[in-house]
Design a protein around this ligand. Structure first.
Ligand SMILES: Cc1ncc(C[n+]2csc(CCOP(=O)(O)OP(=O)(O)O)c2C)c(N)n1
Ligand SMILES: [Mg+2]
Length: 526
């Protein structure tokens, strides 16, 4: 009879989970022994970076990814990064080691006494199989739960299980395949199409899920048939629509009152692939203008259930886009000219305005560049300068947890080595995932990190004003030199002194990782 380990490895191979992002401890080693050829272990030096890299990799490949973490301490380190993976619906399959079964109760060192409970608030499914023979089935469940729920899952395995005899039924799991279909039933689709076709002034709100589902171009087709304004959902983590398209009105502000104002005059708001809504700043008011109907289409049943207003249909928003685009006639506006980009603002003194940096990116990088952004005070500058027209062009930490950007950029670049990838990272944000630079260096990942050094937690200064607390301590971060930090991790780096030098550097195509630091002026996010 084959061992639990043999069946597990073979199952992962058949499901295509052969790239493992991890940081091991002694509990994990018995799982990692004898990995078949074709497996690739990507070592991260801290679990936050491990999960961030895996998140970027899974998002860019559109497939579940295996993550290998140490017991309580390692899994605990990963929790912050997991908040982002949960919000972006990333199917991470986390397998963690556990002490041998007889040592868990007495709390031997490295025993995680109630391992599933530690992770449960975040992951969609967590378990520790009741016996070794259930490990292959439970591993399969972890993969399918992550895929079906579009949420990380967590499996804790006592390390003596891996060498155990799998039992005669274990191979049955190897041929399993589980899929989901999310097309609305005829009557549901008909009612939705009627509501949309009958609206006088419909507005469309698109969430990051649209890009995740590969529906970026289809969303343009639908919007042009609807001929109404398009917003991106607040707290955006992926761009679902070309940001200079004439129908695009930008990312909705993440507050109740400004969202109500944006919808004024619309009889129907159709929200596709987003929660309703991920507000951030508490700006109270009525959710919707009087007389505005809101219909949400999402695959996420919980997002539908918890929304505070509106109607919801739990279905694949991509299938709904197709259904609606076919139901509406094609007489809407054809794609008119894209909106031109304004001249970048400049700053006084030697620092660059972030708009000058972003204009340089826009001009010097190819049009299909993927950007992973974690710079929080520069949001409005970003959207003023960028012209993103391709799917998969933009990633941002989905729950606002810093530490995704740098590792996420490494993961996206590993997933798409042919596509230029740029991380746009603030001098505060960089520190939460900085060890990913080492992984990028070891794997020679082609990636440019543009490090915006404004010497402060810029967004928090702005928030301080908003909250009426202008004197909070702990907001400045002087004395950081990321060229030296990057070089310490094995990534070549330079400091660009002005726009010309920055543009010249960006125009070169790197064949490995590099970091370019620029000093930037403080701006506000909006
Ligand atoms: C893990 C985590 N810790 C703290 C915060 C709070 N926070 C939000 S924005 C921010 C500052 C980020 O600074 P930087 O990357 O330099 O960007 P800037 O605002 O200066 O553009 C901080 C600390 C967070 N979002 N996530
Ligand atoms: Mg900063």
């Amino acid at each position: 009879m084959p061992s639990v380990r043999r069946i597990a490895h073979e199952f992962l191979e058949r499901q295509g989970l052969t790239t493992v992002f991890g940081n091991p401890g002694s509990n994990e080693l018995p799982f990692l022994t004898g990995l078949p050829d074709g497996f690739r272990y990507v070592l991260g030096l801290h679990e936050g970076a491990v999960v961030g890299m895996a998140d970027g990799y899974a998002q860019a490949t559109g497939r579940p990814v295996l993550v290998n973490l140490h017991a309580a301490s390692g899994s605990g380190n990963a929790m912050g990064a997991l908040t982002n993976a949960v919000a972006s619906g990333t199917p991470l399959v986390i397998v963690a080691g556990q002490q041998v079964r007889p040592a868990i109760g007495p709390e031997a060192n490295l025993a995680n006494v109630d391992a599933p409970a530690l992770m449960r608030p975040l992951v969609g499914w967590a378990a520790e199989p009741a016996c070794a023979q259930d490990v292959p089935r439970a591993l399969a469940q972890a993969v399918f739960e992550a895929r079906l729920q579009r949420r990380p899952s967590y499996l804790s395995v006592p390390y003596d299980d891996w060498a155990a005899d799998a039992g005669e039924n274990a191979p049955a799991v190897l041929d399993r395949w589980v899929e989901r279909a999310g097309v609305p039933a005829g009557e549901q689709g008909h009612r939705l199409a009627e509501a949309v076709a009958g609206a006088r002034r419909p507005a469309l709100v698109l969430g990051g899920d649209i890009d995740t589902a590969g529906r970026f171009d289809d969303a343009v087709r639908l919007a042009e048939r609807l001929a109404g304004p398009v917003w991106a959902a607040p707290s955006l983590f992926r761009l679902p629509f070309p940001n200079r398209h004439p129908l695009f009105r930008g990312v909705l502000p993440a507050g109740i009152e400004p969202i109500r104002r944006a919808f004024e005059g619309h009889d129907l708001v159709l929200v596709l692939g987003a929660p309703v809504f991920r507000y951030h700043e508490h700006l109270p008011g009525r959710y919707l203008p009087a007389g505005t109907r809101l219909i949400q289409v999402t695959e996420d049943a919980s997002a539908a259930a918890r929304a505070p207003m509106g109607e919801a249909l739990v279905a694949d928003p991509g299938a709904v886009i197709e259904l609606l685009a076919n139901a509406l006639d094609a007489s809407g506006v054809p794609s008119a000219d894209y909106r031109p980009v304004p001249a970048p603002r400049s700053a006084e003194g030697p620092r660059l305005h972030p708009e000058e940096v972003f204009a340089a990116l826009r001009d010097e990088l190819p049009a299909d560049t993927a950007y992973v952004v974690e710079s929080t005070s520069t949001t409005s500058s970003w959207w003023r300068q960028m012209d993103l027209r391709r799917p998969g062009s933009y990633y941002f930490p989905a729950a606002g947890g810093l530490g995704f950007g740098l590792p996420g950029a490494v993961g996206v670049a590993m997933a798409q080595p042919e596509r230029p990838v740029v991380g746009v990272i603030g001098d505060g944000s960089a520190n939460y995932g900085v060890t990913a630079l080492w992984t990028a260096a070891q794997h020679r990942v082609p990636l440019t990190v543009v490090l915006l050094r404004n010497g402060t937690y810029g967004a928090l200064r702005w928030f301080g004003g908003l909250l009426g607390v202008p004197d909070a301590p702990g907001l400045d971060i002087p004395g950081l030199d990321f060229t030296r930090i990057a070089e310490g991790y094995g990534v070549p780096a330079l400091h660009a002194d002005g726009v010309d030098e920055l543009r010249a550097v960006l125009a070169e195509r790197p064949d490995g990782p590099r970091l370019v630091q620029v000093d930037t002026a403080l701006t506000t996010p909006s």
